[in-house]
Design a protein around this ligand. Structure first.
Ligand SMILES: Cc1cc2nc3c(=O)[nH]c(=O)nc-3n(C[C@H](O)[C@H](O)[C@H](O)COP(=O)(O)OP(=O)(O)OC[C@H]3O[C@@H](n4cnc5c(N)ncnc54)[C@H](O)[C@@H]3O)c2cc1C
Length: 632
């Protein structure tokens, strides 16, 4: 008999990584009673690899999570040690916020926020078995390593890299979910027994270095942006607000060279990757250093980023030097990098292999097709990255809550959010290598900008009961103020005498007569904030409006034509999303469908024509046949 006060919950979340934390927070904030079970409460929201959030396309996801009421943006802002808006020189669809973070503070803040969230209980233990109804069709709870049965209406599995995790360093193989942490056994085997497919993937991480052993005079310095921005749309999350820590920490840049490469090559005969001991596929866009010098053998050097791990530590993350070569080879190669002659490692780089479940086994809500009310989120679905994991957790948490209350699911489409693109890709196309988000995966990039994530998502999240009233009011103010600016630009004109010097200085043609501001702002290189500085009339009328609304208005005016075109295209595609395929459809009876199409449609069970059209192997001709069959 166990003395546990409560063993019955609405929702159990297994794992407190980025996916698990967001899942627990979302479900609890919507009103479910949640139990968050994780192997080690000291590692809640641990950043397993680089201490950074956001970046290209990932920054957009963090802003979307924030707009929906998730916590990742707030935690990232409050633990930031450096902020950069990447791609500022390109169009606004490409702007991507990124923070370098204090790894320990990030985890602490997450735990603090979860502890302050009503409806979440915690239990440190390892789930080793799922409790599934006698007919194998519905989840009923979990059984832990300590032998405790917890019951629930829904379970969200977010095991990350822990399922049968195997760490590789040179010829050494160590069982583990992350260095220093145990792997998780039993869940994969049980799920395979009831019909789930599984596969292996791998990822790797670089050595961590003692900053005191480095010579920074041999490296280039890389500071943060002068104009510090942030992820969260809430007002009180200003970065660098920690005690006495107002100044951003710089990163440094250095390079490998031919000597480093030669030393690395001496370890190849003991490399788990090159000797075939690692079977799983790794992230193509995050290759190890040994992979890089092999695949790009013509390159004389590779760039490395020397990134601090936090305010109060001398530990350094060596971005770009991920490796699973033997420790002595890693050490010798490091010593030949400029600035690293006396380098001391804190922890060696390593690779890890783990089980994942091909995500085509999920519905768009992230509920498994085989077991009702069982949800998968994060790395377990074949993705890589904190942001990708966190947004899946959020969506799984929301949908698990809605499902147990018999409410309509919450699904974001491809033109509404990167989160929609990610889940749609996973569920319809699947992935056989670690999936990370890129802007190129989204067909409506100009609609899915980081600056308008709140406008796109907060109203709907508020309706769900997740985003707070404060968030909604902020969005409404932003829209109103941006409309005010646009209206002013459409109805008022600039005087040649006031702005011509400025236009000429920007290599823009001077105006001969009064010209509507909207025509001026649509020119390249001309920004509202610069205009305000030289035009007193403009300053008096819109100068007091906050920067977010000004920026929003500027983007909407400059890119109006392109944005409208994308909206029209999205609407056209949305019509296909509305065409439901009846669950009773028998694809085998549709003679003209190709055999491949029949197999794929039976396997994936798409709910709509739009979804069917994105399954790999389904051709436009198959879609036409389906439309005719359905009487369209
Ligand atoms: C070595 C390494 C290198 C990586 N390199 C990169 C990279 O270069 N780029 C990149 O984008 N991403 C990288 N990642 C991936 C990144 O860490 C993950 O994408 C992200 O952490 C996934 O989040 P998650 O919530 O799905 O899982 P995780 O963050 O792995 O969290 C899983 C959680 O589940 C808990 N858990 C697992 N099994 C059980 C169980 N049975 N019972 C209870 N609790 C359980 C664990 O304790 C942990 O808290 C790397 C990860 C590792 C380990």
């Amino acid at each position: 008999m166990f003395l546990i006060v409560k063993t019955d919950y609405d929702i159990i979340v297994v794992g407190a990584g980025h996916a698990g934390c967001e899942a627990a927070a979302a479900a609890a904030n919507m009103g479910s009673s949640v139990l968050l079970i994780t192997m080690n409460m000291q590692t809640i929201a641990q950043m397993s690899c680089n201490p950074a959030m956001g970046g290209i396309a990932k920054g957009q996801i963090v802003r979307e999570i924030d707009a929906l009421g998730g916590y990742s943006g707030i935690v990232s802002d409050k633990s930031a040690i450096q902020f950069r808006m990447l791609n500022r020189s390109k169009g606004p669809a490409m702007w991507s916020p990124r923070t370098q973070n204090d790894r320990m503070l990030f985890a602490c803040l997450w735990r603090d926020m979860l502890e302050q969230t009503k409806n979440i209980d915690f239990w440190q233990d390892t789930v080793r078995e799922l409790i599934i109804s006698g007919d194998g069709k519905k989840i009923e709870g979990v059984l832990t390593g300590m032998g405790i049965e917890f019951k629930s209406k829904a379970v969200v599995l977010t095991n990350g890299t822990f399922l049968n995790g195997l760490i590789h360093i040179g010829e050494k193989q160590i069982s583990g979910g992350r260095t220093g942490e145990s792997a998780s056994y039993g869940i994969t085997e049980q799920l395979v027994q009831i019909g789930f497919e599984t596969g292996r993937m791998k990822t790797g991480t670089p050595p961590r270095i003692d900053s005191r052993s480095l010579d920074y005079s041999k490296m280039e310095i890389q500071g943060g942006d002068d104009l510090v921005d942030k992820f969260s749309f809430l007002e009180n999350t200003t970065p660098f607000a920690g005690p006495n820590h107002k100044k951003q920490l710089p990163c440094h840049v250095t390079y490998t060279n031919q000597n480093v490469h030669e030393v690395l090559k001496t370890g190849f005969e003991k490399s788990p990757m090159f000797q075939g001991r690692i079977k799983g596929l790794g992230p193509r866009y995050c290759p190890s250093i040994e992979d890089k010098i092999t695949r790009f053998s013509e390159r004389e050097r590779h760039q490395l980023y020397v990134e601090p791990e936090g305010w109060n530590t001398v530990e350094i993350y060596l971005n770009g030097f991920s490796s699973s070569l033997p420790i002595d080879v890693q050490q010798k190669a490091l010593e030949l990098i400029p600035g690293f002659r006396n380098v001391k490692m804190f922890r060696p780089g390593y690779a890890i292999e783990y089980d994942y479940f091909p995500p085509t086994q999920l519905n768009l809500t992230l509920e498994t097709k085989l077991v009702e009310n069982l949800y998968f989120a994060g790395q377990i679905n074949g993705t890589t990255g904190y942001e990708e994991a966190a947004c899946q957790g959020l969506m799984a948490g929301i949908n698990a809550h809605l499902k147990i209350l018999d409410k309509n699911p919450f699904i974001l489409s491809r033109h509404e959010a990167y989160i929609g693109v990610l889940i749609d890709d996973l569920v319809n196309k699947g992935t056989d290598e670690p999936y990370r988000m890129f802007t190129s995966r989204a067909e409506y990039r100009l609609l899915l900008r980081q600056d308008n994530a709140d406008i796109r998502l907060t109203p709907v999240s508020y309706k769900l009961g997740l985003a707070s009233k404060e968030r909604l009011i902020n969005v409404e103010n932003k829209i109103n103020n941006s409309d005010k600016v646009i209206n002013y630009f459409k109805t008022n004109s600039a005087e040649p005498t006031v702005i011509n010097d400025f236009l000429i200085s920007k290599q823009s043609a001077p105006i001969n007569q009064k010209t509507r501001y909207i025509n001026i702002i649509s020119r390249p290189n001309i920004g509202i904030n610069e205009l305000i500085k030289i035009d007193i009339g403009l300053k008096n009328n819109i100068g007091k409006i906050e920067n977010e609304s000004i920026e929003q208005a500027e983007i909407l005016m400059k890119y109006e034509g392109y944005i409208e075109r994308e909206k029209l295209s999205a609407e056209k595609h949305e019509r296909l999303e509305q065409l439901l395929i009846p669950a009773s459809i028998d694809y085998k009876k549709i003679n003209s469908l190709s055999t491949e199409a029949v197999e794929k449609l039976i396997k994936h069970k798409p709910f709509t024509i739009g979804q069917a059209s994105r399954i790999s192997g389904i051709n436009p001709s198959d879609i036409s046949i389906l439309l005719i069959y359905l009487g369209r």
